[in-house]
Write a protein that binds this ligand. Structure first.
Ligand SMILES: [Zn+2]
Length: 297
């Protein structure tokens, strides 16, 4: 792992989850997201030590384990490091069963509690709301970007770099995951418009290796993928299908393979698309013989 400069005082450490680093002349820095586990925390710490940097604040875009699973160890390595997150995401970070319980619909069986979905519970020191964020005498900004999760925040540095967490997926991630993980389609579409309206020079999603300088085509790719998923679902629902059968058909069409955790992630995301279509009046549903069927209208 290495420290890569984006612009001015804004850097990042590339990884499976990219970690943003905003530096100041004092040697203290602000981190944005960490990673999935202790191994990542040690790697981040090594990179920072090589550059003489000491993290003072750790911002969290959202409460998914691959974004905060390394927080606890970083806090142990750097006493005084304060962890920040929105109130909505704090709930997931401070209760490590919350994410899998939400996904499964009840307390999950152990096989679902994989590292991607289940990290050590992590105390949030400071809850933050969208708006200006003064840290280390520097003016950053937290931007409400719900859709992937309800309390998702993106962070804008004074150098015009937006760390967008999982609010935007780059084209590589969209190709890999035809059914992108979203909780709220309407909110996500509004978030893409919000990001389009920001004055930013660089965009760095949490996943993907490229710093994005042409923001509009990436936002458009996200919109197109959502529109495509909606169309595929409506088309398949020309005949009534249960949610599980619909997922099976989407998986065949889009060549999606799943293990058990991925099955629940995809089912959750599919449910978000169904909610959106139902509220838009494009589909309906009914219970027949103990099965919930969705169908196009
Ligand atoms: Zn996420």
């Amino acid at each position: 792992m290495e420290l890569v400069k984006i612009h001015g005082h804004t850097y990042y450490i590339p990884g499976a989850t990219n970690t943003g680093v905003f530096t100041t002349k004092s040697g203290y820095c602000v981190l944005i997201d960490s990673g999935i586990n202790n191994t990542v925390a040690h790697k981040i710490s090594k990179v920072l030590a090589e550059k003489g940097l000491k993290p003072r604040y750790l911002l969290t875009t959202h409460g998914h384990a691959d974004h905060f699973g390394a927080h606890n160890l970083l806090k142990e390595l750097y006493p005084g490091l304060e962890i920040l997150a929105s109130p909505g995401e704090k709930v997931y970070m401070e209760n490590n069963l919350q994410a899998t319980t939400t996904l499964y619909g009840a307390v999950p069986y152990d096989e679902i509690k994989v590292p991607l979905l289940f990290a050590r519970s992590t105390a949030v020191d400071i809850t933050i709301a969208p708006g200006p964020l003064k840290l280390l005498d520097q003016h950053l900004e937290a931007i409400a970007t719900p859709g992937h999760t309800a309390g998702h925040l993106a962070f804008l540095t004074p150098d015009g770099v937006l760390f967008s967490g999982d609010a935007v997926f780059d084209q590589g991630i969209l190709a890999k995951y035809p059914l992108p993980f979203l909780l709220d389609i309407k909110a996500e579409l509004a978030t893409l418009d919000v990001i389009a309206g920001l004055e930013i020079k660089y965009l760095l999603p949490a996943h993907g290796q490229e710093v994005i300088t042409e923001v509009d085509p990436v936002l458009e790719a996200n919109r197109r993928q959502i529109a495509s998923c909606l169309d595929i679902i409506v088309e398949l629902l020309s005949q009534p299908l249960t949610r599980e059968d619909l997922l099976a058909q989407v998986a065949i069409l889009e060549d999606i393979t799943m293990d058990i955790p991925q099955y629940f992630l995809n089912l959750s995301s599919l449910s978000a698309f169904l909610s959106y279509l139902k509220d838009e009046g494009r589909i309906s549903c009914s219970v027949e013989n103990g099965k919930l069927y969705f169908f196009a209208i």
